[in-house]
Design a protein around this ligand. Structure first.
Ligand code: ADP
Ligand code: MG
Length: 682
């Protein structure tokens, strides 16, 4: 049988279909719709921009600014294609200083979503609200109440493009893309305050103030580890007419992913050439698989930049590209080499006396009785911030043990469940002077040479329960793991202050019962003859912690319920779980050893006690009655944790104090160059 071929008929597409296709090209996902809207707000000279999303922006995306607003008479045409208040002639493109100029964004959005605008200008007596479909007003704008500025609401994005809607991977992924865009603009525009949150949540995921600086915002968004490592870059080249400004991380900071934030003439762009060149310089310092943080803002002569690029294309091209890139890399390179000045320091070359361990012991004369009483009577630090989101809400699973206290923990604690890490980008900015000054103490005490040694160390192995070996360049070192880990946890306590992840217990644990367990331990130093009855003391200690429960939860992720049960402890290091055998003693010591009377002392002693608990390795409890634990063979799991979790953490943010050079914490035991000399003589 003869086959009939269907010949397609060529038809002109209906206008709305054409528009929808075109709009779908401009608006590809919530993050780039938002970028357009953000730029409009910045063009309108807003100093405050608030963004709210639902379902990653697909269901609901709203941006509110306090900019100039839109004149009522313009509301009729703002959503039509190619209507703009920013450009009149093609030549104007050469001197354009606003983000928008095509008049395409609002039009495009109105073709693929339900769009409405509420706006008020300075001269207007009231605000007006208008809704749009396919570029046109649905009905005449309605007068309503409102502040000067503009609220743009985009609902049901891609409601009429099913394929696009389906291609969106997950709400969370879209949300994170939006967080990324907003974070970049926030870092670049410190004079504008940005807030980003999910609808219905009171806590924001990005929050910057309107009169901050670049560094404040990098800290607020990316945290203290990056912020501490920042080097400021500033340069100008008159022949190329290029102004370079920015902040880049120093060679001590590494990240698994490159964060490259580039603005050229205040536009968020990408330049493959520049990105590659910057990566190249850092690769010398950081090695494979480690990346820096780079924020650069270039100002070029507008004549030399091609801004007439498609809204979705970030790649930018400019005249004299190679030369400009060279100039920028030079400026960065100069900063990096300057930050890496080497110094010499004192090392002890003899082998240490292994019995000479400095494991912290409870050298405390006052009876616990007195100490708890002191704590009950003293005031708790007043400065409480309102509860904030906890950034890494990760829950960790624990394994059960076989010990005495463990049995107690076992029945109640099978720490549990899912990883939940939606908001790992969120950080709150801690401005408490007490915390800042404790951090300053760490920074002032930091020995840069030791810092370099720890950052660039090569782990060798665990020598004993207390001692670990590592190498730096041609030198072999032995360090007292207890001291260094404890110092590291102390520093994490202060730098992650208020931003801890959570280790949540699946069942509440009674603080009273735990403290009663603690009294059974020799470390509690409980003296039957002198001290009050255990029950009474345990109740006092419970009360001390209960009365601080708000603060403990807010700052330290220690949640205590109204029945005096502890529900969680902070996650200090990803993948690291302290030995819960130490929990009873930790709680007792929090009640008795922390100085609750002044804010700074409180945070300091609290952080020390917590570090002490976290560093207590699993074998410590086992042999609490053995004085010298340095001969005890380390547990296999512990060895793994030391190698894969604890030592790698030194590379990130550790600031070893100068005292480590003298107190026997770190000793150089061999030097390859010295060894060569010995061999030569043989
Ligand atoms: P463009 O930004 O390229 O001009 P848009 O479609 O993004 O095009 O915006 C169209 C016009 O709407 C702008 O030129 C501006 O006049 C007005 N507009 C949009 N958003 C705002 C805002 N947030 N505040 C004040 N005016 C705005
Ligand atoms: Mg625009």
């Amino acid at each position: 049988m003869e086959q009939v071929q269907v010949v397609p008929v060529v038809k002109k597409l209906a206008e709305d279909v054409v528009n929808r296709i075109a709009a779908g090209e401009v608006i590809q996902r919530p993050a780039n719709a938002l970028k357009e809207l953000l730029e409009n707000s910045l063009d309108a000279k807003a100093t405050n921009i608030q963004i709210t999303l639902k379902n990653g922006g697909l269901k609901f995306l709203q941006i509110q600014d306090n900019g100039t607003g839109i004149r009522t008479e313009d509301l009729g045409i703002v959503c039509e294609r190619f209507t703009t208040s920013k450009l009149q002639e093609f030549e104007d493109l050469n001197k354009i200083s606003t983000y928008g100029f095509r008049g395409e964004a609002l039009a495009s959005i109105s073709h693929v979503a339900h769009l409405s605008i509420t706006t008020k200008t300075n001269g207007s007596v009231c605000a007006y609200k208008a809704s749009y479909v396919d570029g046109h007003l649905k009905a005449p704008p309605k007068a309503c109440a409102g502040n000067v500025g503009t609220i743009i609401t985009v609902e049901d994005l891609f409601y009429n493009i099913a394929t696009r809607r389906k291609s969106m991977k997950s709400f969370n992924e879209e949300y994170l893309k939006v967080v990324d865009v907003v974070s970049r603009y926030a870092i670049h525009n410190p004079s504008v305050g940005f807030t980003l949150k999910k609808q219905g949540e009171t806590l924001s995921d990005v929050k910057t103030n309107s009169n901050s600086n670049h560094k404040d915002n990098i800290l607020a968004i990316h945290g203290s580890a990056v912020c501490r490592a920042l080097l400021e870059v500033e340069d100008y080249c008159s022949t190329l007419k290029v102004k370079i400004k920015g902040f880049v991380s120093n060679p001590n900071y590494t990240s698994k992913k490159l964060l490259f934030i580039l603005f050229i003439n205040d536009r968020l762009v990408d330049s493959k050439g520049l990105r590659k060149a910057i990566e190249q310089i850092y690769s010398i310092y950081l090695g494979k698989g480690s990346y820096p943080f780079v924020y650069l803002s270039l100002h070029l002569d507008p004549m030399n930049v091609d801004v007439n690029i498609h809204p979705t294309k970030h790649e930018v091209h400019f005249l004299h590209e190679d030369k400009v890139i060279e100039k920028v890399t030079e400026a960065v390179q100069e900063k990096l080499s300057g930050s890496n000045i080497s110094r010499t320091f004192y090392t002890q070359t003899r082998l240490p006396n292994y019995n000479d361990t400095s494991v912290a012991t409870m050298s405390n004369e006052k009876s616990i009785d007195k100490a708890i009483k002191l704590a009950t009577s003293s005031e708790m630090p007043k400065k409480l911030e309102k509860s904030h989101i906890i950034s890494q809400n990760k829950m960790v699973r624990t394994d059960s043990n076989e010990q005495k206290i463990d049995k107690f923990l076992d029945t109640t604690t099978s720490v549990a469940s899912e990883l939940k890490s939606e908001n790992s980008v969120t950080r709150r900015d801690i401005k408490l002077t007490s915390v800042l000054s404790l951090r300053k103490e760490i920074e002032n005490n930091c020995c840069e040479t030791l810092q370099r040694i720890f950052h660039n160390h090569k782990y060798v192995g665990v020598a004993s329960a207390t001692w670990s070996l590592f190498q730096h360049e041609t030198e072999l070192y032995i360090c007292n793991s207890n001291n260094v880990f404890q110092e590291m946890f102390y520093q994490i306590m202060l730098y992650e202050f208020g931003n801890f992840g959570i280790i949540k217990f699946s069942n509440p644990l009674s603080i009273f019962d735990l403290i009663m367990v603690a009294f059974e331990l020799p470390e509690s130093e409980y003296q039957i003859e002198q001290d009050k009855p255990k029950e009474e003391l345990a109740q006092d200690a419970t009360d001390v912690l209960m009365s601080r429960s708000l603060m403990l939860n807010d700052y330290f992720s220690i949640e205590i319920d109204s029945d005096a049960n502890i529900l969680s402890i902070p996650l200090l290091l990803e993948g690291y779980l302290p030995d819960l055998n130490g929990l009873p003693l930790y709680l007792l010591r929090l009640a008795s050893e922390v100085d609750w009377s002044s804010e700074k002392e409180c945070f300091k002693t609290f952080s020390h006690e917590t570090a002490r608990f976290y560093v207590m390795p699993p074998w410590k409890q086992l042999c609490s009655d053995i004085d010298d634990i340095s001969d005890v063979a380390p547990d296999k799991n512990w060895t793994w944790v030391v190698e894969h979790i604890l030592f790698p953490a030194f590379r990130k943010c550790f600031q070893p104090p100068k005292k480590f050079q003298e107190d026997g914490t770190l000793l150089q035991i061999a030097s390859l160059t010295e060894m060569y000399k010995v061999f030569e003589r043989c």
